[in-house]
Design a protein around this ligand. Structure first.
Ligand code: SF4
Ligand code: SF4
Length: 169
């Protein structure tokens, strides 16, 4: 499904909020998403790596956009939007693919939704080590305004050696 740009602006404006997911200020959210970008959530955007979204796999190229294949109809799964960034978000919109691009998400990390920032399908959860699972749970809970402080999240990532030099997307 495609979503016209006028509809995207309308939806973003209707979701504008003084706070991000979990009640964070937008500055706190930016710090959180930057840290989350260093964690390997286990997604691989190829047909073998993306276990939970086989339906979007291109059997010719072996590639998939995974959950991001639904970006246009889901409008990035956004529930809260920083009103001061709406013009920038609209300018990056593609009516067919949303913010998804072949090499990842066009949105700066701090403009992505809570779901985009922490979602892990059941299949990925099943494959992860206990350390990875614990780290992911801490990030998911933090994004909902529960659990650890950002300093504790940073320590969890560093202790488990889960930092990615090259963020996946
Ligand atoms: S969370 Fe699962 S379905 Fe979504 S992109 Fe990652 S591996 Fe694919
Ligand atoms: S990560 Fe980016 S491309 Fe993927 S669903 Fe979220 S907003 Fe869309």
């Amino acid at each position: 499904m495609t979503t016209p740009i006028a509809e995207v602006r309308r939806r973003l404006e209707s979701h504008s909020s003084p706070n991000a997911s979990g009640g964070m200020t937008w500055t706190e959210w930016a710090e959180f998403t930057e840290l989350a970008g260093q964690l390997d959530f286990g997604c691989r955007f190829d047909c073998d790596g993306c276990q939970g979204n086989k339906a979007s796999c291109n059997s010719w190229t072996g590639e998939t956009t995974g959950c991001c294949g639904h970006c246009s109809d889901a409008i990035g799964y956004l529930l809260q939007v920083d009103a001061s960034r709406i013009d920038e978000m609209v300018s990056l919109w593609n009516e067919e693919t949303g913010w998804a691009r072949p090499d990842g998400c066009a949105l700066p990390r701090e403009l992505r939704s809570g779901l985009c920032t922490t979602y892990r399908c059941y299949e990925v959860q099943e494959e992860t080590s206990p350390d990875e699972y614990k780290a992911w749970e801490a990030f998911r809970d933090y994004s909902h305004g529960r659990g650890n402080t950002i300093e504790e999240l940073r320590a969890i990532v560093q202790d488990a050696g889960l930092i990615q030099l090259e963020p996946v997307c």
